[in-house]
Design a protein around this ligand. Structure first.
Ligand code: EPU
Length: 420
């Protein structure tokens, strides 16, 4: 098994280039199912989750060619299967994003139910109820959800909680439905907006992207397009925090500063110096000890749950007491036990973690339990005195493109050791 060995205590310096966003790439790849013909998608990150999704598309009959490093040509003209098997959905819940495009295009989908996940129960009831309101007949059998509809019809749908993939799934369904669909309390994440813009380019009639209410006027006529995946705001935030954990000065290039507004406000409050130096570049600098700030995760534009574990590392050595409250997922504190192995002083009470800053973390072997937890352990390794060994890299590799190489290039003492 591969693992990372990190010798902490070295300040970072240099430039890190951000890759395309995993959580924009997955729905945008799903959207290629909505229209036959040749799509060209640029800045596709080379990640395990993307590879899994491409494998799923291939099993559905989609042809995929990699023309340049991060450009894919995707053609779903020969789409001939409507089934997403358990083995792939089990590996990646976002596989459920093929549900709506398959029903909308083929009139039928059979998608394995994803089951629970390390960070929470993560049901997909909003996706299913929405499709039912749009006229799909649903049946749950043998661990699969089967959905059928000759043609979906527009509906008025309200999300009890703004769900990212729920909004994406139903927005895709609505594009090919008959009549108008209104999605109320919809998710406003930049990844949802990116998908919406791709769909608009394909000919979909969508209004209200980036607001609580998305209105889609259905059409029968979508066409393939060429598009570029937006930069990964979570990866960018993770590197801002890497500079915070290790100290030093980094330039983060190929990012969208606007997508990181709340994160930047919090990091500045914690004492990091952050400057927008270009439309797509940020400079971050840490000198001295950070200040404790309280954090509450919220749907966008609030502080992202996908950066909660990473900011906890900064708070672990900050001046005072910080309360970090996780409101999105009920079990997203599994990194706490690992951070405590490095000497962090953290107590979990219900949905909050009370973090009392200690002077130093000390290296130790740790085990990653999920994607963002694994990134937090890498940051903790950069901050800690001595050597940290991070195991469970299959999680990190799902969502961070070459994280060890990127950190090495800015001066971190980090090595990937193991089989390959
Ligand atoms: N929810 C329901 N029912 C549903 C759908 C969601 O109760 O049918 C609940 C969830 O349990 C959760 C809340 O609604 O409490 C929000 O979940 P959401 O549906 O927004 O999450 P998601 O779409 O499954 C995406 C990202 C996650 C990210 C969350 C929140 C993708 C592929 N995944 O998940 O990314 O944490 O939004 O921003 O876009 C990650 O990249 O590490 C990751 C987990």
């Amino acid at each position: 098994m591969e693992y990372l060995e990190i010798k902490g205590g070295r300040a970072l310096s240099g430039t890190v280039r951000i890759s395309g966003a995993k959580n924009a790439a997955l729905p945008m790849l799903a959207a290629t199912l909505l229209a036959g013909g040749s799509f060209e998608i640029h800045q596709v990150p080379d990640l395990q989750d993307v590879r899994t999704f491409l494998q799923l598309l291939k099993e559905l009959g989609v042809e995929i060619e990699r023309t340049r490093d991060s450009t894919l040509v995707i053609d779903s003209s020969k789409l001939d299967s409507f089934e997403a098997p358990y083995d792939l959905v089990r590996r990646m819940r976002a596989s459920v994003l093929v549900l709506s495009p398959l029903v909308a295009r083929l009139g039928r989908a059979r998608v394995s139910l994803p089951g629970g996940c390390a960070i929470g129960a993560r049901p997909i009831d909003f996706h299913l109820k929405g499709l039912e309101l749009m006229g799909a007949k649903l049946e749950i059998r043998e661990g699969f959800v089967e959905a059928r509809a000759k043609r979906l019809k527009g509906a008025h749908i309200y999300f009890d909680i703004p769900s990212v993939t729920g909004t994406e799934n139903l927005m895709m369904a609505a594009c090919l439905a008959k009549g108008n669909t209104v999605l109320e309390n919809a998710a406003k994440e930049p990844e949802v907006v990116a998908l919406g813009k791709m769909l608009q380019d394909m000919g979909a009639k969508i209004k209200g992207l980036g607001t609580d209410t998305i209105v889609v006027q259905g059409t029968t006529d979508l066409r393939p397009v060429s598009c570029t995946i937006i930069p990964d705001r979570i990866e960018a935030g993770t590197y801002l925090m890497a500079a915070g954990a290790a100290g030093g000065e980094l330039v983060i290039e190929n990012c969208v500063p606007e997508h990181l507004e709340t994160v930047i406000i919090k990091l500045k409050a914690a004492g990091l110096k952050i400057k927008v130096i270009d439309a797509d570049k940020l400079k971050v600098k840490r000198r001295g000890r950070l200040r404790s700030v309280d954090i509450k995760t919220q749907p966008y534009p609030g502080f992202p749950t996908d950066l909660q574990a990473q900011i906890m590392v900064l708070m672990a050595t900050a001046g005072r007491l910080s309360v970090i409250t996780e409101t999105i997922f009920e079990n997203r504190f599994m990194h706490v036990a690992e951070l405590k192995r490095l000497g962090a002083d953290i107590r979990v009470e219900g949905r909050s973690a009370i973090v009392k800053g200690v002077k130093h973390l000390y290296g130790a072997p740790v085990m990653a339990t999920d994607l963002r937890a694994s990134a937090s352990l890498v940051l903790a390794g950069l901050a800690a005195k001595g050597t940290t060994v991070v195991q469970g890299l299959e999680h990190l590799d799902r969502g961070y493109e070459k994280m060890d190489e990127k950190l090495l290039s800015v001066g971190a003492r980090i090595r990937r050791i193991g089989d390959n």
